[in-house]
Design a protein around this ligand. Sequence first.
Ligand SMILES: N[C@@H](CCC(=O)N[C@@H](CS)C(=O)NCC(=O)O)C(=O)O
Length: 233
Amino acid sequence: MSYQLWYWPNIPGRGEFVRLALEAAEVDYEDMAREHGAEALMEDLGSRRGIRPFAPPYLVHGDLCIGQTAHILAYLADRHDFGAGELEIDLQLIQLQLDVTDIVAEVHAVHHPVSASLYYQDQMDAAYEAAQNFRDHRIPRFLDHFELALEENGGPFMLGDRWTHVDTSLFQLMEGLDYMFPNRMAELDYPRLELVRGAVTDIDGVEAYLASDRRLEFNEDGIFRYYPELDSE
Ligand SMILES: N[C@@H](CCC(=O)N[C@@H](CS)C(=O)NCC(=O)O)C(=O)O
């Protein structure tokens, strides 16, 4: 039974972390809102009752409906063998995936420091300050953490020579940060993160995906946005 992925159709956003893992594993899925539109997504989510996802992305698989990016990835990793297959290490991988969730939430907060319900244009002064702090302190804090973790097994991937959901997410994180802060990222040096980024693009499924029209460009409606005024000089 094929997976149904529900995510906003016009941005890579958080859905891209799920797509990349599915594509790397060459697993079939239907990208529902890209096929049927954003209204279909709102209708589908709105029609669900009881314990349901708070927000996209969510994955439907038979009777299961799973929200939260890291949670979806943990489920898929277990079914398609792109975790570790060993409880202790799988828990560490999920922990790292949740660290990615945290930095992605901070990325979003750079453009929405006052409220996620307001447009960037309504909170630009606060965003300017938030971006400075994020660039100077939070990027190095998170990237040092991932770089150190990558040392554990010698790379290029988090587990050494086999990729996991953490690697595809680190790829997307680095791509997103480069798009968002080209000047700031050029000042920083993370050789292990660069190695994993290159190794992920060499995974057959990812290589084919990146060359396809399924791969969406970053844009200013998404999570990773480029506003020159928020980058370093
Ligand atoms: N922690 C959730 C966050 C989900 C989320 O915030 N989704 C965004 C799109 S990327 C959304 O549609 N939010 C609607 C809202 O917050 O009302 C995850 O990692 O999946």
